[in-house]
Design a protein around this ligand. Structure first.
Ligand code: BES
Ligand code: ZN
Ligand code: ZN
Length: 495
């Protein structure tokens, strides 16, 4: 979708559809909506008075203008209650309005920027949120099935104030990059396991990374053996498709040797292995590589944005399959950092491959290191498909990530790493075991990961259950969500 800002008034813009807004509980429209209402002879205020427009969040009402203004139609979208307004409301109502436009087969739309005059919100971030809502809200995974509605081709943001126009243009530039990166993550998550093998994942990341100057190195099984990455190899050995470790480097701060590390779980399909999952639990397991997709999307966006930071991305990519050569419960593996791990459940595979990747990230000098993973079913029990769990021993890093998530609307909440939980992953025959029982399972999984970091600042995000939506919510359709991508990008931009 082409998005641009134009200096023109709402009554003069020629467009098949102009998006305006109204807060819930407001008797008479304000700002741009007021200007159009007056030009239309009070149609909007009359509809409010009659109770036909209530301003409830996502409510839309289309009105034909009969040539009283240059726009053919206007759509009045409800912003909900003023006290609940935030950047995510902008994304949500933009997506809702554009979807109405799509239903009418409209290709070109104009809009005002919702919230750009409201205290506490900056015009630039409002325009960024609007752009994100537009691009994320109209995404479809249509590679294997034709979409029903034709996509909207152009969105024009109308504004008269020069200062705001400047800020809007910057917001649009950034929003386009962040949302398109998230859509790349969604495409990868939606791609099924029969197509997206570890090798294919590495190939696609290399191709796309090349476009923006990201250096991509791929360890094959020979190299993994040479590196003694026994945890990645162990998980991968049950599959006919060999594992890979994908290493991304984006060096844009040559004067610095500081590397920001991002590590993402890349289980291309998680059958559970020998500790096989029940069939129903496997249906969405092609999405178990979401962390890897998010890691790539984040670094891709950072490169496009020109963020001046050295970024290191590590994506261990494997299939977790049962097979004649698969690891068994009771097996003992040795990780890259020399630690031995007793396998209790082969379904607790994410923490194994991440263990090797985390210790290698630290070895390569990354600090801080953030990992993102669809790690535990327990985090879905705790937080459902709304909130992601955050774990870290670094208060500042935690604050930064939670703060970033407030802007992006990707809800995150901190969980503890109290040392008492370590008891649960003590093993009789190895340094640690990979599963500590059902009690506090997201926490013991995080404690397991912590064993693979010695000094670096580290933070872990468990996005399980958030990577694929069963059904549409706000501006994200059913399917792969890419949730986590924008928070990581925003964090990199802000800190
Ligand atoms: N990939 C799963 C976690 C998961 C579950 C992600 C549901 C998305 C949706 C992970 O590898 C896993 O299987 N975790 C298990 C481990 C346990 C059975 C040992 C868990 O946490 O339930
Ligand atoms: Zn598993
Ligand atoms: Zn898994």
């Amino acid at each position: 979708m082409h998005i641009e800002v134009e200096k023109i008034s709402v009554v003069n813009i020629e467009t098949p559809l102009l998006i305006l807004n109204i807060f819930e509980g407001v008797k008479s429209p304000q700002g741009a909506t007021k200007a159009v209402d007056e030009a239309l002879g009070d149609i909007i205020s009359n509809l409010i008075e009659e109770g036909e427009i209530k301003g409830k969040l996502k409510e839309t009402r289309i009105i034909h203008t009969h040539s009283k203004i240059s726009a053919k139609r206007v759509i009045v979208v409800g912003l909900g209650k003023p006290q609940d307004f935030n950047y995510d409301v902008i994304r949500t109502v933009t997506a809702a309005s554009l979807k109405e436009g799509e239903k009418l087969g409209i290709k070109k739309v104009a809009t005002i920027v919702h919230g750009a005059g409201i205290g506490g919100l900056t015009p630039q971030l409002c325009a960024q949120a609007l752009t994100e809502g537009a691009i994320l809200g109209t995404y479809r995974f249509d590679k294997y099935k034709k979409r029903e509605e034709e996509p909207i081709e152009e969105l024009k943001i109308v504004e008269l104030n020069e200062e705001k126009i400047k800020e809007f243009r910057e917001g649009v530039r950034i929003g386009k990059i962040t949302a398109e990166a998230q859509n790349i993550a969604r495409d990868l998550i939606n791609e099924p396991g029969n197509i997206l093998t570890p090798r294919e994942f590495a190939k696609r990341i290399k191709e796309k990374g090349d476009e923006v100057g990201i250096e991509v190195e791929v360890f094959d099984e020979e190299k993994l053996k040479e590196m003694r990455m026994g945890l990645i190899l162990g998980v991968g050995q049950g599959s006919a498709e060999p594992p890979r470790l994908i290493i991304l480097r984006y060096k844009s701060d040559p004067g610095s040797e500081k590397w920001y590390g991002i590590v993402g779980k890349g289980v291309m399909f998680d059958s559970g292995g020998i500790s096989i999952k029940p069939a129903e639990s496997m249906e969405t397991m092609k999405g178990d590589m979401a962390g890897g997709a998010i890691t790539f999307a984040t670094i891709y966006a950072a490169a496009k944005l020109g963020i001046k930071k050295n970024l290191l991305g590590l994506i261990p990519a494997v299939f977790n399959m049962p097979g004649g050569n698969a690891i068994r419960p009771g097996d003992i593996l040795k990780g890259y950092n020399g630690k031995t791990v007793e396998i209790i459940s082969t379904d607790a595979e994410g923490r194994l491959i991440l263990g090797d990747a985390l210790s290698y990230a630290e070895k390569l000098g990354a600090d801080p290191i953030i990992d993102i993973a669809t790690l535990t079913g327990g985090s879905i029990v705790a937080f459902g498909d709304v909130t992601s769990a955050v774990f870290s021993s670094d208060e500042k890093l935690t604050k930064e990530i939670i703060e970033a998530s407030r802007f992006t609307g990707e809800k995150m909440w901190e969980m503890p790493l109290f040392p008492e939980y370590k008891e649960q992953i003590k093993s009789e025959c190895a340094d640690i075991k990979n599963f500590g029982g059902r009690k506090a399972s997201p926490i013991t999984a995080a404690i397991f990961l912590k064993e693979f970091i010695s000094k670096a600042r580290w933070l872990h995000i468990d996005v399980a259950g958030k990577e694929i939506y069963e059904k549409e919510r706000n501006y994200l359709s059913q399917g792969g969500t890419g949730i986590g991508t924008r928070t990581l990008i925003h964090w990199l931009m802000q800190n």
